[in-house]
Design a protein around this ligand. Structure first.
Ligand code: NAD
Length: 415
């Protein structure tokens, strides 16, 4: 998600050079632009034929992971579409949790051969990111890694993409980025372009009811990390702030309920909306050191993205405490902490303590690990992770410079 070329570049470059957040004032320049239509309704995934018609689409190609092929959801969506005259002319249901370049290529080839006019992604971040990048090849052809990895590399709009998120975490249904593992370089490659945003995002909380507790917890912590990091990013702006703060409050109120009572539709609805809002926030503001460490850990030690974010979140907040205390104090209030008798530093520390406690509560509720050593990371990988974190593009948007020595210490603490 980090990038050299990005809109608002002039401001961001100068801010980045000075490490000068402009949180207290309206930035000299910001841009807010969302080319995704968002619809929320329980059951909407079974009733969107008219939306396809509005897009001029009669033939869809469905992309999902094996879970939805097996549990019958993919079939029932296809059937509902067929009842409104929309044909599903092909399906790719082999998206693994860690999607990679060859999977995307295979998926795009199948989509091209099917004669579809548009893509439909059903799944978590892995399926949606696979569909987003497959859409590049499906629409424009070319070489995915050499022609399109990096930032703002897509010169024209892609074919329509409809995204149905099945986790409440990544926000990928509204973001302009996709992250795909590259076997050749053994790293996660970023693709960033406005044209990658899905045309239509359908938020159906009923679909998220099937998430087991631990998946609910880790994806919910992913959304919380998006909200907190976008709020303290160098590129934060009043629009992203509003979305991030609202998302934090919703997650505070509903994450534990969604984990403890998976059939609580109200909690599921709130979490899906919060993840969506946090996605829009970070897509505009960007993220920071927590994501830098998570991307590095995902690439080197293959830890799931949401889990890595959950482990690193309080350590990243501590890392930024000296420059972001005021913002963390605001977050403390969203967490429901009474900060009236606390100074800024105390309030900020209370926010970090809250996140640490939340991780403990999640561990008790569903066993969500909170140390790197418990999720398959070896101590001899920590140096490589710290090095990769300093080089990750998201570091550039962090309010404090991400130097090797300091970030290594935090990673060691998280171990
Ligand atoms: P995921 O898509 O990798 O899915 C993880 C597992 O959960 C899969 O086995 C899947 O079958 C299962 N699953 C998904 N929905 C389910 C449901 N409703 N019920 C039961 N099981 C379900 O998980 P994720 O956390 O959503 O996505 C992670 C990926 O998203 C990573 O690759 C990460 O890099 C990427 N990501 C992308 C963005 C973006 O803006 N593009 C942002 C954050 C993360």
């Amino acid at each position: 998600m980090g990038m050299a070329r990005w809109w608002g570049q002039t401001l961001v470059d100068s801010q980045r050079a000075l490490r000068l957040p402009c949180w207290a004032v309206i930035p000299e320049f910001y841009q807010f632009f969302l080319n995704t239509k968002i619809l929320f309704q329980a059951g909407i995934s079974q009733n969107f034929g008219h939306e396809c018609e509005q897009l001029g689409v009669q033939k869809l190609f469905l992309i999902c992971d094996p879970f939805f092929a097996q549990n019958g959801l993919a079939d029932s969506i296809q059937e509902a579409l067929a009842n409104s005259g929309i044909q599903t002319v092909g399906r790719f249901s082999e998206v693994p949790p860690k999607s990679e370049i060859q999977v995307v290529q295979k998926c795009a080839e199948a989509a091209m051969a099917s004669g579809a006019e548009a893509l439909l992604a059903l799944g978590g971040g892995s399926a949606m990111d696979t569909a987003k990048t497959a859409n590049i090849l499906f629409s424009l052809g070319g070489d995915l890694v050499n022609d399109y990895s990096g930032s703002q590399t897509i010169s024209e709009p892609l074919k329509p993409l409809i995204a149905i998120p099945t986790t409440a975490g990544t926000g990928s249904e509204v973001t302009s980025s996709a992250v795909i593992f590259d076997e050749a370089s053994q790293s996660k490659l970023s693709f960033n372009d406005f044209n990658l945003r899905p045309t239509l995002a359908l938020l159906d909380p009923e679909i998220t009811l099937s998430m087991p507790p631990k998946l609910t917890a880790m994806t919910g912590m992913d959304a919380l990390t998006h909200a907190i990091e976008s709020y303290t990013s160098l590129q934060a702006n009043p629009m992203s702030d509003a979305l991030a703060m609202k998302a934090i409050k919703i997650i505070k109120n509903h994450l534990l309920s969604a984990v403890r009572q998976g059939d609580d539709l109200e909690a599921r609805s709130n979490m899906l909306v919060a993840a969506n809002m946090a996605g829009i926030a970070f897509d505009h503001a960007m993220v920071g050191v927590v994501h830098a460490m998570s991307h590095a850990t995902g690439g080197i030690a293959h830890v799931a993205h949401g889990l890595a974010n959950s482990i690193y979140l309080p350590f990243g907040m501590e890392f930024n405490l000296e420059v972001a205390a005021e913002r963390y104090a605001g977050i403390a209030r969203r967490f429901g902490i009474d900060t009236r008798l606390l100074n800024t530093d105390e309030a900020a520390r209370a926010a970090i303590a809250y996140v640490k406690q939340l991780r403990k509560d999640l561990y008790v509720a569903c066993g969500l690990e909170f140390r790197l050593r418990d999720v398959g990371v070896n101590e001899d990988q920590l140096e490589a992770i710290a090095q990769a974190a300093t080089e990750d593009g998201t570091s550039f948007f962090n309010p404090r410079e991400v130097g090797y020595d300091d970030v290594y210490l935090k990673i060691k603490e998280a171990y």
